[in-house]
Design a protein around this ligand. Structure first.
Ligand code: PLP
Length: 398
């Protein structure tokens, strides 16, 4: 009998009851704007920032309207201006080069290795081209952060981390987002906490934090924050920093607070599912499992494997055959961007020259979401289906 999977790859878990209750309370009192508080009331947004700062061990945290907004704000706060070059990953999602474009910056794309992390040799060769690196931990893969930070520190390059896929992850025990000057996170439905839209920015730098708070649209109400620097940090910049409105609101914050409190449990559940699929895919002829370094604490909310040096038609076959059995795979090598898959040469507003070694990797990347609504039995079934179809296509083309 041919096995089929019937679950939905886009169905996340419901918002926890505590989040629903807190959201209803906000709806009932009506004070949704973060600075609209009753006397002595601490807003949900300010409390959320305090809790997230504590979670990652940061001095300062700002909650904003989206992950993309957090990145653009971080770029502005560290001083990126129109026309400046910004180093970033060739393999990432569109909001990353988009954030650079939003501030008038010009991305300088750095290649991707077979580990799906930024190519540190390529980065080293390009470090003299920019003062800032917007580093994307794409699909949760974390590069050797010790080497990366040593290189960037020596070259005077400021690192901003895009942790949209690494909230809850770590390198050598240091939370993702805490290696560089600024860490940016997303609270969009498909990430590790879900408020529909939303984002965080964390930093230990009081200047960057104060700038970011002003940029996000605090007006002169920055003293109502609980995870922002003291008011002296705002003395100068409050006159010189434009309000580029992008605040978080109390409804989203109310939904998020119980999820932040629960992150460690959720991350462990993701990893159970990830390791089940990984084990099921191991030793499939023609398929390369991405080995995770022991310094990496992962959050397996999606899984990738490589069909390295396969003909495009064979990869398409695998995707189609798995799709017919209910397993939704995405292929980053497709010549046309589809859904959320695109790559450096799809972003034609940004200049790039072909990168042969990266193109070879990108052509082989197959990606799958792992929502928590899947059981570990579901994950074992999914792995059997992928294994069967990859083997069948591989044998037919060998
Ligand atoms: C989702 C995502 C972002 C941005 O998040 P939004 O909240 O959707 O703006 C940034 N980087 C990566 C890699 C993402 O997947």
């Amino acid at each position: 009998m041919t096995e089929h999977f019937t679950g939905s790859f886009t169905q996340q878990e419901p918002i926890p009851e505590a989040g629903i209750e807190a959201a209803l309370a906000v709806l009932r009192h009506g004070r949704l704007h973060r600075y609209n508080t009753a006397p002595d009331e601490l807003s949900e947004t300010a409390l959320l920032e305090q809790e997230f700062a504590a979670y990652v061990g940061a001095q300062y945290c700002l909650a904003v309207a989206s992950g993309g907004y957090a990145m653009a704000t971080a770029l502005r706060a560290v001083g990126v201006k129109a026309g400046d070059k910004v180093l970033s990953n060739a393999f990432t999602l569109a909001p990353v080069p988009g954030a650079i474009a939003a501030v008038g910056g010009v991305p300088v794309f750095v290649g991707v290795t077979e580990c799906l992390t930024i190519d540190l040799d390529d980065l080293e060769a390009k470090l003299d081209q920019a003062h800032v690196l917007l580093l994307s931990h794409m699909r949760g893969h974390i590069c050797d952060m010790d080497r990366l930070m040593a290189m960037c520190d020596a070259a005077g390059v400021t690192v901003i981390e895009d942790c949209a896929h690494t909230m809850g992850a770590a390198w050598n025990g240091v939370p993702s987002g805490r290696h560089g000057a600024v860490g940016c996170y997303s609270c969009q439905t498909y990430k590790h906490v879900n408020s529909g839209e939303g984002g965080f920015l964390v930093t230990d730098d009081p200047y960057v934090a104060a700038k970011s708070v002003m940029l996000s649209g605090s007006y002169m109400l920055f003293e109502r924050h609980l995870a922002a620097p003291p008011k002296e940090a705002f003395d100068e910049i409050k006159y010189t920093t434009p309000n580029i409105s992008g605040r978080m609101d109390n409804l989203r914050a109310a939904i998020l607070r119980p999820q932040v409190a629960d992150l460690a449990t959720q991350c462990a559940r993701w990893n159970e599912r990830y390791r089940t699929i990984e084990a099921g895919l191991r030793d499939t002829p023609g398929l390369t499992v991405i080995e995770r370094p022991e310094q990496e604490t992962i959050v397996g909310s999606s899984i990738q494997f490589l069909l390295l040096d396969w003909a495009a038609s064979a990869v398409r076959d695998v995707v189609a055959r798995c799709g017919a059995r209910g397993v939704e795979l995405k292929w980053f090598g497709a010549p046309e961007p589809v859904a959320f898959t695109s790559k450096y040469d799809s972003w034609r507003y940004a200049p790039s020259t072909p990168m042969a070694a990266s193109d070879r990797v990108l052509a082989g990347i197959v990606d799958m979401r792992v929502p928590l609504t899947f059981s570990t039995e579901d994950c074992a079934l999914i792995a059997r289906i992928i294994r069967g179809e990859v083997s069948a296509v591989y044998q037919a083309t060998a």
